[in-house]
Design a protein around this ligand. Structure first.
Ligand code: SAH
Ligand code: TMP
Ligand code: ZN
Length: 402
């Protein structure tokens, strides 16, 4: 059996999704022949409780000059990151702070620190350029301990290191945490947020599992990791974005008082069994049941001759479509507002991605909501379509038509 990437204990298998394409690998038909496939299987470590992918896709296959995900596409996320930046400033920063952000993408959060000393670390060239265009200082690299040493030598210690939806992408977390330990000033904080395994279990949101997400954190697993690097979790807070995330604040051990939320959530996670493998076995059963239900709902609609389209060509949709075996005969096209995705085809399932105007001009009876994490924003936008009889199919937290 494979060993835990972080502590070497033998992993316990949870779900094997079978061969999958790159989740964000939206492509044109001339590239179908060379489209790569990778085993997607997730496991849990019985010792440090870290849920993780067993097989990995090379990081440059996913993060390169053709990265499809532009953070600022969502207005809701723009507001979220404005509030995130304000909270960091109010809670942890004094005058003239040096703020480093890992995976700053197009600058959706770092822009709020743009007036002061700041540095973004962003390996995907196209999104890094978008951040530079709004005046941000961005280094096109993967964050590692060596890079942290170089940044400190050149610019001094960081008061805050931030990361949203990026730490869980990085396989070599020991190097990242070593780098954080060495780059942070004595009172500095490392604040990051990522999808929460507690939410994934609760909502059977298995579509969070795809190649980019190497780890599915809990407070328990992050505490175990931090302790190996002389760091500790001093605060934790649930976030309603991306289907449910946790924001962790780490500091040098002993540097700051630990806030009460940390012990409270630790107790809750133990009560919910996040430290027991049986909990994850139950999740595996729920995932298989969700697939069977979604396939049945779509087959029934298609048998009546009604049209179904997808809404939001998310990375998450790649797991759902390929795991459930849905293709262009089931889903006519996927509506999306991202210019780089429109005109391409979905990874593996090869469903065309169309502009939102297609959806508006020729409305279908049903839309399978892949961007369910933006449901509120989307339902508001599509109120007229729904009033005219249009219906959303969702699969989180359970398969339903509304
Ligand atoms: N923070 C943004 C972007 C998340 S997408 C948001 O929350 O919307 C993840 C980003 O992390 C991508 O832009 C990717 O290029 C970047 N990334 C991946 N590996 C990284 C690494 N090792 N160091 C820094 N950034 C990385
Ligand atoms: P995300 O779930 O990873 O944030 O990706 C959301 C995807 O959904 C992205 O490709 C943009 C798309 N989208 C729409 O097409 N319409 C919308 O109104 C929103 C909010 C997102
Ligand atoms: Zn482990």
């Amino acid at each position: 059996m494979t060993a835990c990437r972080l502590c070497d204990a033998s992993l316990h298998p949870v779900v094997d999704f079978g061969p999958m394409p790159v989740a964000n690998g939206f492509l044109t038909p001339d590239r179908y022949a060379e489209e790569p496939r990778f085993p997607l299987d997730v496991a849990v470590c019985p010792a440090c409780h870290m849920v993780q992918l067993v097989h990995l896709v090379d990081e440059t296959t996913m993060f390169n000059d053709d990265y499809a995900f532009f953070s600022s596409t969502s207005k809701g996320m723009s507001r979220h990151f404005e509030a995130f930046a304000a909270q960091v400033r109010a809670d942890w920063l004094g005058d003239d702070p040096f703020v480093v952000e890992l995976g700053c993408n197009d600058g959706i959060m770092l822009r709020h620190f743009g007036g002061g000393r700041h540095l973004g670390i962003e390996p995907s060239g196209n999104v890094a350029d978008a951040a530079r265009q709004i005046g941000l200082d961005v280094k096109s690299s993967f964050f590692t301990a060596d890079l942290a040493d170089a940044i400190r030598a050149e610019r001094g210690p960081a008061d805050a290191i931030l990361g949203a939806n990026v730490v869980c992408h990085i396989p070599y977390l020991h190097s990242v945490l070593d780098g954080v330990k060495r780059l942070l000033g004595p009172e500095g904080v490392f604040i990051f947020e990522d999808p929460y395994i507690g939410d994934i279990l609760e909502k059977t949101s298995y579509d969070q599992i795809y190649d980019e997400h190497v780890y599915y954190f809990s407070l328990l697993s992050v505490q175990a990791l931090a302790a190996r690097h002389g760091l500790e979790v001093v605060d934790v807070a649930r976030q309603p974005v991306h289907g449910g995330e946790l924001r962790y604040t780490l500091a040098h051990a002993g540097a700051h008082a630990i806030r009460p939320a940390v012990d409270a959530l630790r107790t809750e996670e133990k009560a919910r069994g996040l430290d027991r493998i049986e909990t994850y076995d139950g999740f595996a059963e729920a995932v298989a049941a969700s697939r069977a239900e979604l396939r049945a709902v779509i087959a029934e609609i298609r048998a009546r001759g009604e049209r179904v389209v997808g809404y939001g060509a998310t990375s998450k949709s790649t797991t759902v479509l390929n795991y459930c075996g849905l293709g262009p005969d089931d889903i006519e096209y996927i509506s999306d507002i991202t210019p780089t995705k429109i005109g391409r085809y979905s990874p593996g399932a090869h469903i065309p991605i169309r502009a939102h105007s297609t959806f508006v001009d020729d409305p279908p009876a049903y839309a399978l909501l892949f961007a369910w994490n933006h449901a509120r924003e989307i339902m508001a936008k599509e109120a007229a379509w729904m009033a005219g009889g249009g219906r959303f199919i969702t699969y989180v937290p359970r398969v339903s038509v509304s």
